[in-house]
Every structure is written in C-alpha cells, then in structure tokens.
Design a protein around this ligand. Structure first.
Ligand code: RP5
Length: 166
C-alpha cells in the first residue's frame, strides 16, 4: 500500500503492515494540523527488504527531511531504515496482534546500538511522532514553530478549562 504523496512531502511515514495504519494515521493527522505534507506507505523490513532499502536510500533525494517508521513485534523497520539514511528517524512501537504486550516492539525500536539512533516514542505513540517531526522541521521553519506554539497554548487552555470545571 502506498498512499499518493502530497505535492512535496517533507515527512515519510512508513509502517510494516496496513494493520498498523490506524495508529500511524495519527502521525499524518498531526502533521496535517501543522500544514506539513507527508506520505504514507507500507514498507516491511522482513517482507520487502529491497523496497525498504530503496525507500531509505532515496528518501533524502526525494525531499523528505524526517522519516517516521512504525512496526509491531520484533520491529526491525525503524532501525534498518535509520542505518541507510542520514535523515532523523522516529520510531513508533506498535502493539500489534503478534506482539507480546508491545514490549517486543518497544525494546526492538528503543534499544538501538550506539551509532544508529532511532528517536523512539511511546507504544502506539504516533501522535507524538507527528509532533516531534514537526518540531524537528520547526527548528528551521518559523511558520511551523508558530503553529507548534499555538498547539502548545491549546494544551495549556485545555488544562485551564479542566480546572474551571472542577
Ligand atoms: C509487523 O508485524 C507489522 O508492523 C505489524 O505491526 C505486525 C503484524 O503484521 P500483519 O500480520 O498484520 O501484516 O511486521
């Protein structure tokens, strides 16, 4: 599966299976909120290793600046992709049907050996992966940084409303 890209996607969102989509879509939705173009594809480390290598090797040349990679079980996708690109890779551990409570995925993505980092978010934490990708882009893009500020203000306001209701 590969969803047609927007005009010039800045963030590549990949997942090991379409069964990961309900989680990974949350990253795309978050990026949409910040008006950052992304593309969604299924790329599997163990089922389509050549396609994975091609995706990672061509990512920078195609204009991507961050890759978000999600997978469940013994999740090799984020680390393998990180090993063949200089782009920052954000890993999303997924509590999939083949998972031992998500721990297998968390540890496979989090515990990358020194030299090949993967910025790992919480189990099923694709929303945070989207925000983190926006923050990486926002470090160099004032408009995105402003949108992130507005988003963080909205979180503050939410807590204020909670207190008003107490
Ligand atoms: C992983 O195995 C995928 O990322 C998914 O989380 C899990 C199950 O895949 P399916 O059997 O649903 O295709 O490779």
């Amino acid at each position: 599966m590969s969803k047609p890209a927007n005009n010039s996607p800045k963030v590549g969102i990949i997942m090991g299976s379409s069964s990961d989509l309900s989680v990974m879509q949350q990253a795309a939705d978050m990026l949409n909120e910040f008006a950052i173009d992304s593309e969604l594809s299924v790329v599997s480390a163990h089922r389509t290793p050549e396609a994975m290598m091609e995706y990672a090797a061509s990512a920078r040349g195609r204009g991507l600046v961050v890759i978000i990679a999600g997978a469940g079980g013994a999740a090799h996708l984020p680390g393998m992709v990180a090993s063949v690109t200089t782009l920052p890779v954000i890993g999303v551990p997924i509590k999939s049907s083949n998972s031992i409570d998500g721990w297998d995925s968390v540890l496979s993505i989090l515990q990358m050996p020194a030299g090949i980092p993967v910025a790992t978010v919480a189990l099923d934490g694709a929303k945070n992966a989207g925000i983190l990708a926006a923050e990486i882009i926002g470090a160099f893009d004032g408009e995105v940084a402003d949108k992130l500020s507005t988003y963080k203000d909205s979180l503050k306001n939410k807590v204020q409303r909670m207190n008003e209701k107490l």
